[in-house]
Design a protein around this ligand. Structure first.
Ligand code: CMC
Length: 388
C-alpha cells in the first residue's frame, strides 16, 4: 500500500494542530489554554471557561459582560423549533431528540451561513452555547409531558438550565446555589478534551465547510455512545445492577473475564493511564451535594468500594485502568434530580463549548477537506458476469 501508514482510528497520529486543550495522560494533567482544570473548576465558571476555550484568553470584565448579554439575547428557541419536539415519540431518548433538533437549527439561521466571516462564525458559536440548555431541557420536559420553560435572564447559565429542567409552571423555582455550583463544575470539567471522538467528528464534518449547527449535531451523535459520553448513564445502570457492596467481587470477576463482554463502566481511558484529574474534582462535588441534600445514596458507597477494590486488583493496576470523569458524574447528577437518560445530554451542553472552539479554530486555518485513507482488504479486480 505504498506510503500509507496504518493507524486504526488515528490512535497514534496527530490529525491536526490545536492550541486549545492539553492532556498528559501519564501525569494526569488537563489544561485548557494552559490553565489547570482543577484551578478553573475551583475559581472560574463555565461561561468564563467557554470564552477562554473560544478566544484563548480569559475575558476582561467588559468582555464577560458582553458575552453574558449575547448569550442572553440568543438563548431562546424559535417557536417552530419547539414544534419539532412534538414530532418525536414521548419515550425517545433525549440524545436522539438532540441530534435532530440541533441539526435542524441549520435550517433556521441563514444569516450565519457565511463561515468565512469571523463575526458570523462568532455569532453561530454564541447561538449554539446559548441555545443548548433550552434544547436539552425541552427534550426532558417534553418526555414527561410538562410545558417547556423559557430561559430567565436574571439567572446564570447553570441555574437557568436547572429552572428549565425542573421548574413547574405553577410554582416559583428557587435555585439551590449548591446544586447550581455543582452543575457549573460539571459543565467546566466536560467542556473540552482535545481530539476525543465527538470533537474529531465535529472537525471532520467542519473540514468540508458544512454548516456549524450540522457539525455540532454530528458531534452529539458521536458523543451518545456508551464508550464516550454515554458512559455516565452506563455507570449508573451498572451500579444499580450491582445493587449492594457484597456483589462487587462478582462484578469485578466478570469485568476481568475475557469471555464476558461486561466492563467496569467509568473505568479506563484512552489517554489517562494514571488518573483522570476530573474524577477527583467530581467525586468531591458528589460528596458535597449529597451532604448538602442530606441524601445517603447507597450507589455512592458501592462506587467508592468498587473503586477501592479495583485499584488493588492486579488486572486493573496492570492495565492502568482508573475511574474516569464519568464514574462519579452520574451519582452527582442523580443526586441533583437528573433522570439517567439526561446525563449524556448534560455532557452535550457542556461539550458544545469545546466543539464550537474547535470549529472556530479550524475555520481560522487554511484547511482543506479531511480525507482519511484506508487499508483495502477486499477483493482484487474481477469482472462482472450475470448470475446464472
Ligand atoms: N473494564 C474492564 N476491562 C477493561 C476496561 C474496563 N472498563 N477498560 C479497558 N479494559 C481492558 C481491556 O479489556 C483490555 O484488556 P486486554 O489487554 O487484556 O485485552 C485493556 O484493558 C485495554 O483496553 P482497551 O479497550 O484497548 O483500552 P482503550 O484505551 O482502547 O479503551 C475505553 C478506553 C474508555 C474505551 C475503555 O477503558 C472502556 O470501555 N471503558 C468503559 C467505558 C467508559 O467508561 N468510557 C468513558 C470514557 S471517559 C469519557 C469520555 O471520553 O467520553
Amino acid at each position: 500500500h505504498g506510503l500509507l501508514a496504518f493507524d486504526p482510528g488515528f490512535r497514534s497520529t496527530a490529525a491536526c494542530k490545536s492550541a486549545i486543550t492539553f492532556v498528559d495522560g501519564d501525569k494526569g494533567i488537563l489544561l485548557y489554554r494552559g490553565y489547570p482544570i482543577e484551578e478553573l473548576a475551583e475559581h472560574s465558571d463555565f461561561i468564563e471557561v467557554a470564552y477562554l476555550l473560544m478566544n484563548g484568553e480569559l475575558p476582561t470584565v467588559m468582555q464577560r459582560t458582553q458575552l453574558d448579554l449575547a448569550l442572553g439575547s440568543h438563548n431562546l428557541l424559535h417557536e417552530q423549533v419547539l414544534s419539532f419536539y412534538r414530532g418525536f415519540r414521548r419515550d425517545a431518548h433525549p440524545m436522539a431528540v438532540m441530534v435532530g433538533v440541533v441539526g435542524a437549527l441549520s435550517a433556521f439561521y441563514h444569516d450565519v451561513m457565511n463561515i468565512r466571516d469571523a463575526n458570523d462564525r462568532q455569532l453561530a458559536a454564541t447561538r449554539l452555547i446559548a441555545k443548548m440548555p433550552m434544547l436539552a431541557a425541552a427534550s426532558y420536559t417534553y418526555s414527561i409531558g410538562r410545558p417547556m420553560r423559557y430561559p430567565n435572564n436574571k439567572l446564570d447559565y447553570a441555574s437557568n438550565f436547572l429552572q428549565m429542567m425542573f421548574g413547574s409552571p405553577v410554582a416559583e423555582y428557587v435555585v439551590d446555589p449548591v446544586l447550581a455550583r455543582a452543575l457549573d463544575v460539571i459543565f467546566t470539567l466536560h467542556a473540552d478534551h482535545e481530539q476525543n471522538a465527538s470533537t474529531s467528528t465535529v472537525r471532520l464534518a467542519a473540514s468540508s465547510g458544512a454548516n456549524p449547527f450540522a457539525c455540532i449535531a454530528a458531534g452529539i451523535a458521536s458523543l451518545w455512545g456508551p464508550a464516550h459520553g454515554g458512559a455516565n448513564e452506563a455507570v449508573l445502570k451498572m451500579l444499580m445492577e450491582i445493587g449492594s457492596v457484597e456483589n462487587i467481587p462478582k462484578a469485578i470477576a466478570r469485568a476481568k473475564d475475557k469471555d464476558d463482554s461486561f466492563r467496569l463502566m467509568g473505568f479506563g481511558h484512552r489517554i489517562y493511564k494514571n488518573f483522570d484529574p476530573r474524577s477527583r474534582v467530581i467525586q468531591a462535588q458528589a460528596k458535597k451535594v449529597l451532604t448538602h441534600l442530606g441524601k445517603d445514596d447507597p450507589l455512592l458507597e458501592i462506587a467508592m468500594r468498587l473503586e477501592e477494590i479495583a485499584l488493588k486488583d492486579e488486572y486493573f493496576i496492570g492495565r492502568k485502568l482508573y475511574p474516569n470523569v464519568d464514574f462519579y458524574s452520574g451519582i452527582l447528577l442523580r443526586a441533583m434530580g437528573f433522570p439517567m437518560n439526561m446525563f449524556t445530554a448534560v455532557f452535550a451542553v457542556a461539550r458544545t463549548a469545546g466543539w464550537v472552539s474547535h470549529w472556530l479554530e479550524l475555520q481560522g486555518e487554511s484547511h482543506g477537506i479531511d480525507r482519511p485513507r484506508q487499508l483495502y482488504v477486499g477483493k482484487a479486480l474481477r469482472h462482472y458476469s450475470k448470475a446464472k
